[in-house]
Design a binder for this molecule. Sequence first.
Ligand SMILES: [Zn+2]
Ligand SMILES: [Zn+2]
Length: 131
Amino acid sequence: MIHGCCLCGNVSYEIDGPVGDIFHCHCVTCRKSQGSAFSSLARVADENFHLYGEDYLNSYESSPGKERFFCTECGAQIYGKREGTDFITLRLGTIDDHPGSEESHHIWVAQKANWYTIDSHLPQHPEFEEN
Ligand SMILES: [Zn+2]
Ligand SMILES: [Zn+2]
């Protein structure tokens, strides 16, 4: 079982299945919402993601059909969810255990912060990965 929580601990989760490949998203909405150069993400199947403290959860629709869920107490972003998918996209900064997966690539490099240099051997994709 993999555990994680927000900064204040009111929202927590357990994962009882695999965490997908880790990727780093440099899109402008990730940068703005996280207040950082990029966000580190991985997919988790809905059925393996168990959330606690939903009373503290709110969401913001950052693009049509795409919600970003965050803790209303501390503001930490926990996951994103796109309409019609059967997985969530976890914000890996909230995880407390090792996810058991590895970094695989960067996406939305076309929108990366102009003050940040990607020093990485991982593949970089201008937008979404090409497959
Ligand atoms: Zn919190
Ligand atoms: Zn992004």
